[in-house]
Ligand binder design. Structure first.
Ligand code: ATP
Length: 509
């Protein structure tokens, strides 16, 4: 399905609505509808269970969104959490200069891939790696891309806005809307939203909405360590809202101004961080595979341009409908944050290591994933249109969301075959009342059974349970599998264990 169809589906089936839509919406903010909130909660629960519950040495936290403003001074966000902004003079559209250059590189990459695909069709025993390294045109284009990537990374690292402008001119990048090459100067734009504390006026009372959840963890490092008596290495995990005044917010819930992060900071002994970095890279990739994200849609991308606090950083990229983009970041943040807070607050942020009888500031390896991007990855991967046999043997198409059953919003639908037969509806309601304590179930009696099946397919419900006249006789129901379409007759007493076996989160571990 294309991206537009996915967005329309999300609205039609109560997953995601534009925020304050009756006022024409607020750009880059979205509301999660009845099915969306279930799916999102299940994603958070999958993350929390695997990160906190399954790790003896990771504990949870829920810090406030508003923090003392000095937090953001220490973390570097006040001075350095900027994106390079550029306007096109003709269309008056605003862009991120680095994204314009990245899009230009993606075009070159697209040309390379096209050549590869052409050659693949032409030769039977095609060796892709060999072709990429020997074909003259590809080698030339790849070298060009590498040079652009390096120059971009240098300019970003050095905050060289003049060179970013020069790059846009050198590559003759045109505005995608107007086709014009008339650009303003590139300037820095701080992404933090600010607000005011009580009635304290001016700079004195200036607060920020947190742009990441990580700092709530750093400032609580000692509170958590002392209250839980954790020994290094140990981690603190948190799920919560973050806010960024993104310059360009396109692509639905991929880039929002209000979003949710799932972050974990793992505190380690200095010198051991690379071991743990490797461990978390692997562990997090496996987490994505376990939920059913195909390997072909996942890849690592090492950062060319390391953030001021990192000594190693990698993204897990996912192939969204608009290409491979960052889904999760794994960063080795050294002792940058704890040291910065120690310096500015004057409070020691050290750990006493009983093994070496020494105090030191731990190093940190973090894993940071956007809950909304995870949601988009799952929806876009799961939503499919397919041809299936009808009840009368003909073929018809259905839209089905093949989510992993453990994160599906509704685990089973309970459907009386006919709505005006009280013996059926009464039994169906009894089945619903039995199962509702264990699962998120839905009772539906409207429309023909085939249409009800389709409605459940469209929201990814793994099982449809149908109550018919045999049920009244012998207490058996049919249970239909979303993916295989197989229908099986089972006794009502077996339903709970059957649905549980397929949909419980533990099937993922
Ligand atoms: P990008 O380069 O796409 O702006 P980033 O490198 O700034 O992302 P991080 O600061 O590493 O992102 O944030 C960690 C995670 O938070 C990202 O991997 C992403 O999943 C999520 N995230 C960041 N910004 C947004 C946003 N504006 N909307 C939704 N999710 C976001």
């Amino acid at each position: 399905m294309d991206f537009k169809q996915i967005i329309a589906h999300c609205k039609e089936y109560g997953f995601i609505f534009p925020s304050s839509e009756i006022y024409d919406g607020l750009s880059a903010t979205y509301d999660y509808g009845p099915n969306g909130v279930e799916l999102k909660n299940n994603i958070k629960s999958y993350w929390w269970k695997s990160m906190v519950q399954m790790h003896q040495h990771i504990v949870g936290l829920d810090a406030a969104i508003l923090m003392h403003p000095k937090t953001w001074k220490a973390s570097g966000h006040v001075d350095a959490f900027n994106d390079p902004l550029v306007d096109n003079k003709d269309s008056k559209k605003r862009y991120r200069a680095d994204v314009l250059i990245e899009d230009y590189m993606a075009k070159i990459e697209g040309k390379i891939n096209k050549d590869v695909e052409k050659a693949r069709k032409k030769f039977d025993d095609f060796d892709e790696a060999m072709f990429r390294s020997t074909n003259g045109r590809i080698v030339e284009r790849q070298a060009k891309m590498d040079a652009i990537a390096k120059r971009l990374a240098d300019a970003m690292r050095n905050g060289d806005m003049a060179d970013l402008k020069q790059q846009i001119e050198d590559y003759e990048i045109a505005c995608p809307v107007s086709g014009s090459k008339e650009w303003t100067e590139v300037r820095q734009f701080n992404l933090m939203f600010s607000t005011q504390l009580g009635n304290v006026a001016g700079e004195e009372g200036k607060l920020y909405l947190r742009p990441e959840t990580a700092q709530g963890i750093f400032v609580n490092f000692l509170n958590v360590q002392k209250s839980t008596r954790q020994k290094l290495p140990f981690g603190i995990a948190q799920v919560g809202k973050a806010f960024r005044n993104e310059i360009v917010a396109r692509q639905f819930i991929f880039r929002m101004r209000e979003f949710e992060q799932m972050e974990m900071q793992f505190f380690v002994k200095p010198g051991t961080e690379m071991e743990w970095y490797k461990y978390w890279k692997e562990t997090r990739l496996n987490w994505h595979k376990a939920i059913g994200s195909p390997e072909s849609k996942l890849r690592f991308h090492d950062h060319d341009n390391l953030a001021h606090y990192a000594n190693a950083a990698v993204d897990i990229e996912f192939e969204f409908p608009f290409g491979f983009k960052e889904l999760e970041g794994i960063h080795s943040r050294t002792d940058f944050d704890l040291k910065a807070h120690q310096d500015l607050s004057g409070k020691k942020m050290q750990y006493f290591d009983p093994e070496v009888n020494e105090n030191y500031v731990p190093y940190v390896v973090e894993t940071s994933i956007g809950c909304d991007r995870m949601f988009l990855s799952q929806i876009s991967n799961a939503l499919q249109e397919e041809t299936v046999p009808d009840a009368d043997g003909k073929e018809s198409t259905r839209v089905v969301m093949k989510l992993h059953p453990a994160i599906a919003p509704v685990k089973c639908a309970i459907l009386p075959l006919l709505k005006n037969k009280e013996e059926l509806t009464k039994t169906a309601k009894e089945v619903y009342d039995k199962l509702k304590y264990s699962f998120n179930c839905q009772y539906d009696e409207k429309d023909a059974i085939g249409r009800r099946y389709r409605r459940q397919d469209a929201i990814g419900t793994p099982y449809c349970i149908t109550i018919d006249f045999d049920t009244v006789e012998n207490q058996t129901v049919t249970i239909r599998d979303r993916d295989t379409l197989q229908q099986e007759r089972v006794h009502i007493d077996e339903l709970k264990s059957k649905v549980f076996a397929k949909t419980d989160m533990s099937t993922l571990f």
